[in-house]
Design a binder for this molecule. Structure first.
Ligand code: PRP
Ligand code: URA
Length: 220
């Protein structure tokens, strides 16, 4: 059965990108099983860029006055705090370049979490985060949100390192309703920004219709 539309009724802490024709066309390209790796990477990167821009739109700003070369003052704004990225390896690493394109020398931490393919439960192997992460806004990166287990574990790691829940923005390409509910209800102060919410999960806890294994399609 084909699935194209989405309706969502999540809390204010969930932002789903506007389903523009462009976004739907890009998602169609990366969902297509016939799309080869080069195109998969190119079009995924285009969507990742939209997600990063929306993430940055959600960071707080403070007033800032500057003098322009015409000698006139301009009442503008500047970002209120410092940021960093944290990617959930492996697939989340695909989103790092998109973040770097917008935030030149951004620090990026890594959390290695892998789903056990038998049980679908997440296992934490490794975390390396910026020392001053507790002072920063964190853009948490993972393209796929299926059961939510991996994302929940990553958020626990961030909180253990002193990150404030309301300073976490989770950037995600495709979510399942179960995953988005699990994450947004357990951590209501954190923001989730996703490009699309799919119909559900299959018997292997893969997102359906989904796009298969994102990490395999992007990196292998
Ligand atoms: C994928 C994906 C998420 C996780 C989502 O990673 O990138 O991290 O599964 O599933 P969940 O919401 O049910 O936890 P995976 O563990 O397959 O590793 P990979 O990044 O190496 O592909
Ligand atoms: N990981 C993926 O890459 N895809 C899914 O659908 C679920 C987990």
């Amino acid at each position: 059965m084909a699935s194209t539309s989405q309706n969502h009724q999540y809390g204010e802490n969930v932002i789903v990108l506007p389903p523009t024709a462009q976004l739907q066309a890009l998602l169609t390209l990366i969902r297509d099983e016939k799309t080869h790796r080069g195109d998969f990477v190119f079009y995924s990167d285009r969507i990742i860029r939209l997600l990063v821009e929306e993430g940055l739109n959600n960071l707080p700003v403070v007033p800032k006055e500057v003098r322009t070369p015409t000698g006139v003052d301009f009442n503008g704004v500047s970002f209120e705090g410092r940021i960093c990225g944290v990617s959930i390896m492996r697939a989340g690493e695909a989103m790092e370049a998109g973040l770097r394109d917008c935030c030149r020398s951004v620090r990026i931490g890594k959390i290695l979490i892998q789903r056990d393919e038998e049980t679908t439960l997440p296992k934490l192997f490794y975390a390396k985060l910026p020392e001053d992460i507790s002072d920063r806004f964190v853009l948490l990166l993972d393209p796929m949100l299926a059961t939510g287990g991996s994302c929940l574990k990553a958020i626990e790691v961030l909180l253990e390192h002193g990150v404030k829940e309301d300073k976490i923005l989770f950037l995600n390409l495709i979510a399942s309703p179960l995953g988005i509910q699990a994450v947004s209800q357990r951590f209501p102060k954190m923001k989730t920004i996703t490009a699309w919410v799919d119909a559900g999960l299959d018997e292997h806890a893969y997102i359906t219709p989904g796009l298969g294994d994102f990490g395999d399609r992007y990196f292998l």
